[in-house]
Write a protein that binds this ligand. Structure first.
Ligand SMILES: [Zn+2]
Length: 631
């Protein structure tokens, strides 16, 4: 790392919207970040504070204004500024889940969610009532937080321009970008004139609405988030990962900006900081997200490291780790570094289908063996921890690595249950591997809940428990239904852009003309490193499959490289293209099991944001199957 200069703004974010932390933890966190060199705590709240204008949260799911005032005054004694993130447009789930608030959702009346989700997550920007509510709520929030800043969220606005009011505005000549710019400007005016606050917003929507950037006041502060392992130039999120010198662009346009890496990878923090040092940001914000299945402890060492980097110290990763753990062992320090390199964005995978993904990819094989090695190393150091804080961090890292081990074991288990022919396990063996898998998950849940009792005392673990038990049941179901499966449709996907949100549905046509839908969903490679990945979808009709129909819609397109239908009797492969509909490029590429792919869907993400109806357009291809001949 080059000789560093200190940033004026040195922030770290606690996500209290996805799960709550105890006040004791928050006070302790403030002590911790103060020592690490931060001067700002950003509380990601969405609608976590219950107030007079928002009285709907029930016991156990909110903070009171008084509690938050205590946090603010405790922090101010440590010279830490506390900035709230209140969702004024998108990620408004905590507001809009209440029946009393649903009339403010973009998805109301005949409007359909573009992501086809059942949860409401975007406020309608065209309803005057939305703005009235936001104003009243912000008045109450501004009275709690003394900071001169207010973060208004505004990221990932998927359901935009869907309701009849917003659609009418578009038909009358406004663009969705105009609607966005006007709404943000309205909130800005209120924040500036009435609340005397400077407004911060996430910057990702401007990728699709570059003109909106020219229409909003340039004293709005842009918060540029990017979670790639290597940030040479920031890549756009919802615009096919377009690379541009974004901070230079903001500077030229007269905006102030903050750069925001995350705790997913240590290299993300380092490379983004390196890039930001070439520009003139207000400072950095380390975004820590969703810990409803995890705890903060495992990422605290990274939090410490970032704070050091940004406060002008010439500090290395190892220096920061030595400060935390008081340990100079090279083995331990290297293990920490490796742990934060392989962490990945989805440490806990609770989608059962992702366990039916065939053999491990090369990258997964690396993660698997590294996780095992790291687990053994951290185990050596657990009892050598210098204090409770350090011990909690190592323990939490260990529990995360244990989950990775379980994930890979489950992957092997499910794979075995869905193997056909000679490899197919008999009933006794099936029962044994299924009950072993259930036991493994049970033990893990017990461990998590034990941690929860210590780290989140008094905060309900019910939702997290429910998610884990549902997962276990789904794995058991998957095991049970393997007995009834007639076979699997094995699909090789091609998707280099993991920010896509493209849906796919697969239908099998049988010899008697009947069909079975075998899957529908957004399929991604959860380790986010391989553009090619496999899913296996079980089907249950015991007839000869004749054709496969693939449909695709939503955001950004999907590549299909190959598929085959595997049953105990035979393997069926695509032999010719029967028909295509919509945007389908090179469907004939599916006929060969190689790297070439057929691409389905609208690839221009910006167009999809501008004209939301395009996301509903279905693109499809049907291929005729033939029995694979052994050579
Ligand atoms: Zn609307």
């Amino acid at each position: 790392m080059e000789n560093m200069r200190a940033f004026q703004f040195r922030g770290v974010q606690l996500d209290l919207a996805r799960q709550m932390e105890t006040l004791d933890f928050i006070f302790g966190f403030i002590d911790f970040i103060e020592k690490s060199g931060y001067n700002t705590l950003v509380l990601y709240l969405e609608g976590r504070i219950k107030t007079k204008s928002f009285p709907y949260p029930v016991e156990g799911e909110y903070y009171t204004p008084e509690e938050m005032k205590d946090v603010v005054s405790y922090a101010s004694r440590k010279n830490i500024d506390v900035i709230p993130v209140v969702s004024v447009l998108s990620h408004a789930e905590l507001f809009l889940k209440h029946n009393e608030m649903k009339h403010l959702s973009e998805i109301r009346g005949d409007a359909k969610s573009t992501l086809e989700e059942t949860i409401n997550h975007v406020f309608c920007p065209s309803l005057p009532e939305t703005f009235d509510f936001i104003k009243n709520y912000l008045l109450e929030i501004a009275a709690i937080f003394t900071s001169k800043y207010l973060h208004a969220g505004c990221d990932e606005v998927w359901d935009f321009g869907c309701c009849s009011l917003c659609r009418d505005r578009v038909h009358n000549g406004e663009s969705t970008g105009d609607i966005f710019a006007k709404y943000i400007t309205g909130v800005y005016d209120f924040a500036k004139n009435e609340l005397k606050k400077e407004m911060i917003v996430w910057d990702d929507l401007f990728e699709s609405y570059p003109l909106a950037l020219e229409k909003i006041p340039c004293d709005i502060i842009l918060c540029c988030w990017n979670y790639d392992r290597c940030v040479d130039l920031p890549k756009a999120h919802f615009k096919s990962r377009l690379e541009e010198d974004l901070l230079a662009k903001y500077e030229k346009m007269g905006f102030r900006y903050i750069f925001a890496p995350s705790t997913y990878y240590v290299a993300n923090i380092e490379s983004f900081t390196d890039y930001a040092l070439k520009r003139k940001p207000l400072g950095g914000l380390l975004t820590v997200w969703e810990k409803s299945l995890n705890f903060m402890h495992e990422v605290m060492p990274l939090v410490h490291y970032s704070g050091g980097l940004w406060s002008g110290k010439d500090i290395s990763f190892n220096d920061a780790m030595k400060e935390i753990f008081g340990c100079e062992d090279k083995l331990f320090l290297h293990a920490l570094r490796s742990n934060y390199e392989i962490k990945g964005t989805h440490p806990i995978r609770l989608s059962p289908l992702s366990y039916l993904a065939g053999p491990l990819t090369e990258f997964e094989a690396v993660i698997k063996s590294s996780s095992e090695t790291l687990h053994d190393i951290f185990n050596l150091y657990l009892d050598k921890s210098r204090n409770d804080g350090a011990r909690n961090m190592i323990e939490d890292i260990l529990v995360s690595l244990e989950w990775k081990k379980i994930m890979f074991k489950l992957r092997a288990v499910v794979e075995e249950l869905y193997s056909f022919g000679e490899k197919c396990p008999d009933m006794a063996k099936r029962k044994k591997i299924t009950s072993e898998a259930a036991e493994m998950i049970d033990e893990f849940i017990k461990k998590k809940l034990d941690q929860w009792k210590r780290f989140r005392k008094g905060i309900s673990s019910a939702k997290t428990e429910k998610r884990f038990f549902e997962f276990k049941n789904k794995i058991l179901e998957l095991s049970e239904s393997s007995l009834k499966a007639a076979g699997v449709l094995r699909v090789k996907f091609f998707l280099p852009d993991m920010y896509n949100a493209q849906k796919c549905a697969f239908h099998i046509e049988f010899e008697d003309g009947s069909t079975e839908k075998v899957a529908e969903g957004i399929f991604k490679n959860y380790e986010l490193n391989d553009a090619y990945f496999i899913y296996k979808f079980p089907y249950y009709t015991n007839k000869r499959p004749m054709a496969i129909k693939i449909e695709s819609w939503l955001y950004g397109g999907m590549g299909i490289a190959y598929f085959e239908v595997v049953s105990p009797e035979a393997c069926y492969v695509p032999v010719c293209v029967r028909d295509v509909k919509g945007n389908v490029q090179s469907p004939q590429h599916i006929l060969n099991n190689d790297l070439r792919f057929c691409y389905l869907g609208e690839t221009d993400m910006s167009a999809l944001f501008q004209i939301p109806e395009l996301t509903k357009r279905k693109h499809g291809v049907t291929l005729v199957l033939g029995e694979r001949q052994e050579e």
